[in-house]
Design a protein around this ligand. Structure first.
Ligand code: FES
Length: 129
């Protein structure tokens, strides 16, 4: 991919990795508090969020990579059933209605999904705690 330097530290997955569940969890960074998030297909685009529910702070997926309703229309928190828009992370129903998931800025280079170079990893990691 001429003209693009890929920072391997920020690589999440390939688009094809999202086919099985429509979403995928990721961990970026080391130490005690890495950034734990997930990415989700939205049409031809991909959105990223911190994997922390605004209700009680739980990870949304009780089973790995299972972030979506069965019809894949919405993001669902497995703990208490909050439903979130895929495109903006806003909770439309459930115990945290009106709140939002913390977005993770993404970049697509070819079919590689990575965290945008402009993203503040330290701030996002703190939001995931
Ligand atoms: S922790 Fe997500 S709905 Fe309660």
């Amino acid at each position: 991919m001429p003209g693009h330097e890929i920072d391997l530290e920020r690589v999440i997955c390939r688009l094809a990795d999202l086919e099985e569940y429509g979403a995928r969890a990721f961990t970026v960074g080391g130490g005690a508090w890495p950034l734990r998030g997930f990415v989700v297909r939205y049409g031809n685009e991909v959105r990223g969020y911190v994997n922390r529910c605004p209700h009680a702070g739980h990870p949304l997926d009780l089973r790995p990579h299972r972030f979506l309703t069965p019809d894949r229309a919405m993001i669902v928190c497995s703990s208490h059933g909050a439903l979130f828009e895929k495109d903006a992370g806003r909770c439309l129903a459930g115990p945290c209605a009106g709140e939002r998931l913390q977005a993770v800025p993404l970049q697509l280079i070819g079919d590689v999904v990575l965290i945008a170079a402009s993203a503040d990893l330290a701030a996002l990691s703190a939001a995931a705690r």
